[in-house]
Design a protein around this ligand. Structure first.
Ligand code: DX5
Ligand code: ZN
Length: 215
């Protein structure tokens, strides 16, 4: 299974977002990870639809939208119409999971469910057949630059086993505290889509940093 790197622009310089997107393209990241926070589902507020629309106009890179908002179903069409290629919503949100998956798929967008570090994998198992990807959060959602939570590794292993045993094909994404060291742990547990923000943007050589995560 091919490993993919999704760069979180939460750590980018917002005043130079266009240049930052070019830099990610040049350094061969596979996707751009777009964190949307509403100040209710998590204790932070980021950016939303107009910024996604602007990014979509200047790049063909896959736009991986992570909705940390309490009512994702309400906003599926808006994010899909403004460039999202993948929409991830939280199982802990208020929206009905199947209704939300269907709404995403009706727009021709890939659907994913995210789990906070303390949410057990069993909660999402029944939805896995309908999903393109499951996001196992490796930090509490809300902020970039946090420390990787080691106890999430066994969740990745359990989910990969469930996917294999049931002959399914969903990707497993990880998000939070991913660097050259933690990426090796999550990949050996079965994750194949790696989100990274602060490690990539703080690295002196982004192309090497991308390789360290992917390989
Ligand atoms: C956290 C976000 C992450 C964050 C990751 O709530 O979902 O995508 O940007 O940042 P790092 O890689 O710095 O942990
Ligand atoms: Zn994220």
């Amino acid at each position: 299974m091919k490993n993919l790197v999704s760069a979180s622009i939460l750590s980018a310089d917002m005043l130079k977002l266009g240049e930052e997107v070019r830099k990610l393209e040049k350094n061969n990241v596979d996707m751009l990870h777009f964190d949307v926070m509403d100040g209710i589902f998590v204790n932070n507020i980021t950016y939303g639809i107009p910024i996604l629309n602007s990014i979509n106009k200047i790049t063909d890179i896959t736009l991986d939208v992570h909705l940390m908002i309490s009512e994702p179903l309400k906003y599926v069409n808006a994010f899909a119409d403004n460039g999202a290629d993948i929409i991830t919503f939280h199982i802990e949100s208020k929206s009905d999971p199947l209704e939300t998956i269907n709404a995403i798929k009706q727009k021709g967008v890939k659907a994913a469910i995210a789990l906070k570090p303390n949410t057990p994998v069993a909660v999402v198992e029944k939805f896995v057949p309908y999903l393109d990807m499951i996001l196992i959060m490796t930090v509490e959602p809300g902020f970039g630059g946090q420390k990787f939570i080691e106890s999430t590794v066994s969740k990745i292993r359990d989910l990969r086993k469930f996917i294999t045993d049931n002959e399914l094909s969903a990707d497993i994404q990880v998000d939070g505290g991913i660097d050259a060291v933690t990426s090796q742990k999550v990949k050996s547990a079965g994750a194949n889509v790696l989100v990274s923000g602060s490690y990539l943007f703080k690295s002196e050589n982004m192309s090497d940093a991308v390789k360290h995560i992917r390989e």
